[in-house]
Design a protein around this ligand. Structure first.
Ligand SMILES: C[S@@+](CC[C@H](N)C(=O)[O-])C[C@H]1O[C@@H](n2cnc3c(N)ncnc32)[C@H](O)[C@@H]1O
Length: 426
């Protein structure tokens, strides 16, 4: 296990770390810094549980500048992980193309890219919203294509899967894309084997059938990252990236995966606290109930633009009021906390006929965190925010358990020097 060292970027309150430590990995360095607030609640929570050793609470951009200038040492590691914010990954064309790519400033993907370039860890494991495979709206799939191209240029191959945690028995419907990369060998592996029995498919099995095999898409991500930025997806209406995929040496194989799960299935009711333990502030005052009901209801009504006064019709469907507790919960969003009525916050009916919001502890349970993980000195609204940002720990644990088995088995994983990788990829 000495070889299973992890660097964790965009660490938040440590969802990746909890899942990876449960599957035998050891985090040797981590970074978390929240640009929007002075208080650093996520980093404080992380340090409260894991200690300050090897943890840095500073802007990743400044850190990478220091590391590139030789002013900061980053430890060697086998696995780089992070749940990074989904942004526009386009690449600016530099005056001198030979200088390579210049990622747009402030786009955090490029910080991951810089670290991969510097340290060349043999494995990476990333998590993101599934919108990453479709964005931006005017060039569907472009951002993911940029990401794949730059990874191919660094000599990595990639498996990805869009996973809804509830499909694997977890008590929350949360769709995210999991991306596992590794330094590639000299040629792609058998794509059928990777898609059906690769790291992610072993961790989160899928149905096998002739229909799926026939539905494979097979294409290449060609050109420089700047070319991809300019042209990828320009002529297509839909993204070519489906819910399972493999990219190696710039070739992409992708298909729609159907989850296969035979174990138990949890619902919202499985994680609820007894009503008598829930503080009064979580119960909805009778006078506010109508507003909650209205916000969650379907509507088609005339509204007026604030600035111009122009009338328009606003329409939206209904969402369950109250939330069904015999189903998995809906996705926790960052705005889940606070008492104000909302369409998206969960609202449940209790056994004594009242209505209430979910407590921070229940939100932690929906993501598989230990109880009171975020009770480290931040207000309840921030605790909810942290869970909206976090991930389903059990998914990370399952993928981590598969991935760790590959580490000792691949002593040759730094096989291709970066210059050679670039030649193969171009
Ligand atoms: C999607 S969240 C990841 C949450 C994490 N996986 C967890 O389990 O809590 C992204 C994190 O990146 C952090 N972040 C945003 N900008 C950053 C920057 N410039 N440097 C370092 N961290 C940053 C945010 O504060 C946030 O906690």
């Amino acid at each position: 296990m000495g070889k299973a060292r992890v660097v964790e970027l965009f660490a938040g309150v440590g969802g990746f770390r909890i899942g990876l430590e449960r599957s035998g990995w050891r985090v040797v360095w981590s970074n978390q810094w929240e640009p929007a607030t002075k208080a650093q609640h996520a980093s404080d929570c992380y340090v409260a549980h894991f200690g300050a050793d090897g943890h840095v609470c500073e802007d990743i951009h400044a850190l990478m500048d220091e590391a590139e200038a030789g002013l900061r040492d980053l430890p060697d590691h086998e696995l780089l992980v992070g749940g990074f914010p989904c942004q526009d990954y386009s690449v600016a064309r530099t005056l001198n193309q030979a200088l390579g790519l210049v990622g747009m400033k402030g786009v955090l993907w490029w910080e991951i890219h810089r670290l991969l370039t510097m340290k060349r860890p043999p494995y990476l494991f990333l998590e993101n919203v599934d919108r990453l495979l479709k964005s931006p709206a005017h060039q569907r799939g472009r951002d993911f294509a940029v990401m794949l191209t730059t990874l191919a240029n660094l000599g990595y191959e990639v498996e990805w899967r869009v996973v809804n945690a509830a499909d694997y028995g977890f008590p929350q419907k949360r769709r995210r894309v999991l991306i596992v990369g590794r330094l590639a060998g000299e040629a792609p592996r058998d794509p059928e084997e990777v898609l059906y029995q690769g790291t992610l498919a072993r961790a989160l099995p899928i149905e096998r059938g002739p229909v799926l095999t026939a539905a494979w898409d097979n294409f290449a991500v060609t050109g420089s990252p700047a070319d991809v930025t300019e042209s990828f997806g320009a002529k297509r209406g839909a993204t070519p990236f489906r819910s399972a995929g493999y990219m190696s040496h710039r070739r992409v194989w992708t298909m729609d995966a159907i989850p296969a799960h035979e174990g138990s299935r949890q619902t919202l009711s499985d994680i609820l606290e007894p009503t008598k333990l829930v503080p009064e502030s979580y119960f909805i005052r009778h006078a506010h109930l109508k507003t909650w009901e209205y916000l969650k209801g379907g509507k088609r009504e005339q509204r007026f633009h604030k600035a111009t006064g122009t009338p328009y019709f606003y329409a939206e469907g209904s969402i369950p009021f109250p939330d069904r507790i015999d189903w998995p919960a809906r996705t926790i969003l960052t705005g889940e906390g606070g008492q104000s009525p909302s369409r998206f916050k969960h609202l449940i009916e209790t056994d004594d006929g009242r209505y209430r919001r979910l407590t921070p502890r229940e939100l932690e349970r929906l993501n598989g965190f230990p109880d009171d993980w975020t009770a480290t000195g931040m207000p309840d609204g921030r605790r909810a925010f942290m869970m909206g940002n976090a991930l389903v720990v059990g998914l990370i644990e399952r993928a981590g358990a598969e991935l760790i088995q590959e580490v000792p088995a691949r002593p040759d994983h730094v096989a291709i020097p970066i210059e050679v990788a670039e030649t193969i990829a171009s």
